[in-house]
Design a protein around this ligand. Structure first.
Ligand code: GLU
Ligand code: MG
Length: 454
């Protein structure tokens, strides 16, 4: 990729060099749904001068009614991303404005606000994201089945044969990641049948959030072109491992000095006292934080539940941390970074990173210490014994998590204020409506359980 593009002129020059004919001016709603208008290069000055206008109410939850003025998507030149499978097309991620001001319901605006606060303190947050997804097909009856009908092994993780059967799709994604300059470093078959993960290098938090939106858009598009559907849904199949979106954090100073690594760490994990405080902050806020990092009804079918057919969910049950131990919510796999496994494929990356950073920084501000790392297998631990150690379990449903979120003053502050109140209350309303819409549906489980029981 090219050096950072910071102005409209540089963007146009690069776009001309790349033969770009069309731009997608892209932004997301609360759910992380990518929305775009297609703008031809001939209208570049209109796009960069005035932005692209949208009826916000139609786009998704963005704090608008049908009576409100247009959302204006203002492109960030630095986010320019030529679309590898569609020569002539480029995506630019946008900050949503209304009546000339950044719109506080725009997830990208919310994250930028958090990163500005960190920058004021001379801190840079870098984030790596591990997106898991499954390749499926819709059946005629509306259900889903795995795209690879041979992918039936009980323990399919790292299966070379299943990896080979999806070689065309996986190598196409890998090549495109590298064309984009994102440094794809691994691609594997994950623990669920039909499940894959394709990793790219960490970057600053905003870049990684933009890339996650683009990555999901790319994988969906390529799967569709190959006659499949990709899903990042947390738990598409009750009997298989779910789709995580593990987020790796590290803090740096403005001069590029790593604030998390400490090779003299007496706990032997290579983490600095500041890093441990960040860990403790994330744990302290975990029951509220998961409302943002695991934001759907379906999220809670991935976490805190019993083993699927492979033997382990690999998803957290409790708010704990450890070293290289995947039964913990927070894992310190190597010196200088911490992985949050309590985030799933339905997360809006802008909001998830905002809330996680706020939780971690609260730990830093309060100088918290998380205690000694947990070394046990928490998937096997007796819940009563864990409770006796004062360890919080994950909220069992979205409704429980949202109840915790609205009571969390730090996350409330981090998600910001809107013209109509705190964003967190808007988020909670949308999510409670989602939960009760789900709750109102009568499921096959209920029919099986209750129809003739009484
Ligand atoms: N799929 C697991 C999850 O839902 C994670 C598996 C892994 O450790 O990569 O978080
Ligand atoms: Mg994984």
């Amino acid at each position: 990729m090219t050096a950072t593009i910071s102005s409209a002129d540089q963007l146009l020059e690069q776009a001309r060099h790349d033969g770009i004919e069309f731009f997608f001016a892209m932004f997301v709603d609360m759910h992380g749904k990518p929305c775009a208008k297609m703008v031809p290069v001939e209208a570049f000055d209109v796009l960069m001068g005035g932005g692209a206008g949208f009826a916000g109410f139609a786009a998704g939850p963005l704090g608008q009614t049908p009576a409100d003025p247009d959302l204006i998507a203002v492109p960030d030149p630095a986010s320019y991303t030529p679309v590898p499978w569609q020569p002539g097309l480029a995506v630019v991620h946008c900050d949503v404005h209304v009546e000339g001001e950044p719109w506080p319901y725009s997830p990208r605006v919310i994250l930028k606000h958090m990163l500005d606060r960190l920058a004021d303190r001379g801190i840079v947050l870098n984030v790596g994201a591990e997106a898991e997804y499954m390749l499926v097909r819709r059946r005629a009856d509306g259900g889903i089945e795995l795209a690879d009908e041979l992918d039936t092994a009980k323990a399919p993780c790292y299966d070379a044969k299943a990896l080979t059967r999806m070689y065309d799709h996986l190598t196409t994604v890998s090549r495109y990641l590298n064309t984009l300059g994102w440094s794809n470093y691994a691609n594997d078959h994950e623990d669920g049948n039909g499940q894959f993960e394709q990793n790219f290098r960490y970057a600053d938090a905003l870049t990684t959030a933009d890339r996650m939106i683009f990555f999901r858009y790319m994988v969906h598009t390529l799967a569709h072109r190959a006659g499949m559907a990709a899903t990042f849904m947390p738990k598409p199949f009750a009997n298989l491992t779910g789709n995580g979106l593990h987020l790796h954090s590290s803090l740096w100073d403005a001069g590029g000095r790593d604030l998390f690594t400490d090779h003299h760490d007496p706990r032997g994990l290579g983490m600095s006292p500041l890093g441990y405080s960040y860990v403790a902050g994330v744990l302290d806020h975990a029951p509220a934080l998961v409302a943002v990092t695991c934001p759907t009804v379906n999220s809670y079918k991935r976490m805190g539940v019993g083993a699927p057919q492979s033997g382990a969910t690999w998803a957290p049950v409790y708010a704990t941390y450890g070293g290289n131990n995947r039964t913990q919510m927070l894992r310190i796999p190597d010196a200088g970074r911490v992985e949050n496994r309590g985030c799933d494929g339905s997360a809006n990356p802008y909001l998830a990173i905002t809330a996680m950073a706020a939780a971690g920084m609260d730990g830093v501000d309060r100088g918290l210490d998380p205690g000694e790392p947990n070394r046990d297998n928490l998937f096997l631990a007796d819940p009563a014994a864990v409770a006796a150690r004062g360890i919080a379990p994950m909220p069992p449903t979205l409704a429980h998590a949202v109840d915790r979120l609205v009571d969390d003053a730090v996350l409330r502050d981090a998600l910001g204020k809107t013209p109509h109140g705190d964003y967190v209350d808007y988020f909670a309303k949308v999510k409670r409506d989602e939960f009760f819409a789900y709750h109102a549906a009568v499921s096959p489980w209920e029919i099986d359980q209750y129809l003739t029981l009484y």
